[in-house]
Design a protein around this ligand. Sequence first.
Ligand code: COA
Length: 294
Amino acid sequence: MSSARPTVPVISSTAVFKEDIFKNKVLFCTGGGSGICKVMTEAVMRHGAQATIVGRNAERLEQAAKELSAATGRTCLAAPADVRQPKALHAAVQKTIDAFGRIDFVICGAAGNFLAPISGLSENAFRTVIEIDALGTYNTIKATLPHVRATRGAYVHVSATLHWRATPWQAHVSAAKAAVDATSAVLAVEEGPHGVRSNVLAPGPIGNTEGMRRLSPATKGGAADVWPTPLGRMGDAQDVANAAVWLFSDAANMVSGQRFAVDGASEHVRGIALPYPQSVLDPASMKDLFKGKL
Ligand code: COA
């Protein structure tokens, strides 16, 4: 039997949606300086939006903003801020309003992750991820909401699928992403009457991202055969970006309070990626994966 099987192509959202659907719109994206969120920002900009990207590394952010502006012909602003610091986020929002006058779309994407069992996770390590993912999402909502209400705009939160079932060595991220999902649902219900929508995108394994490099260092995060999906290939950041374009578009104007996996149905067939139970019986033997202290 041949091992080749059909797979789905990675396509650009501009092959499906009109290029000007986000003309005069403004995106505010945390975590937009790299990885999936940078690709999401580019996709929204390719449909006409201007954008602000937020991240901790000012130099990387500036460079990313330049690249995004050059690639799309729209303006991308870099607003360095740590999502754990509400004041810095408020300043980033003000910078956006000063430059563009409005915020229509928000991507809450800043996140932190590493592999560690509960027994090897310090209290500070657990809190750090909760602060970046869960509090960072709340802080971003809090800072942007008056502006998103004013435009009757929409939120997309970048979550995960790993907390849909128990995933060993991911207690910190599971707790944080569960909080993100819950916050988005309440936001949808509270702000729906104000015309605001909120949805969650849950990327499955996405190749060549910082997240996958951290979760799958042995394969440098890019080996599709280690992460098979029913649709025959590993996810691409563009797949998540396309879903975000749909969710921000008027085609989704009755879609709110939901979470969507972008994973080629892999969650339904996912096993435990770590050697199990070896990884929990003897974490010290997993030196390539576990960098913390036991
Ligand atoms: N295993 C166990 N504990 C770890 C760890 C690991 N691999 N990496 C960090 N920690 C612990 C630290 O030891 C520290 O705890 P301690 O004070 O008890 O020693 C705590 O986590 C905070 O680490 P620190 O480096 O001070 O935090 P930071 O705010 O500078 O960085 C992280 C945040 C840890 C999430 C870092 O990995 C990061 O910046 N990630 C962003 C990029 C990313 O993760 N992308 C993937 C998204 S899916």
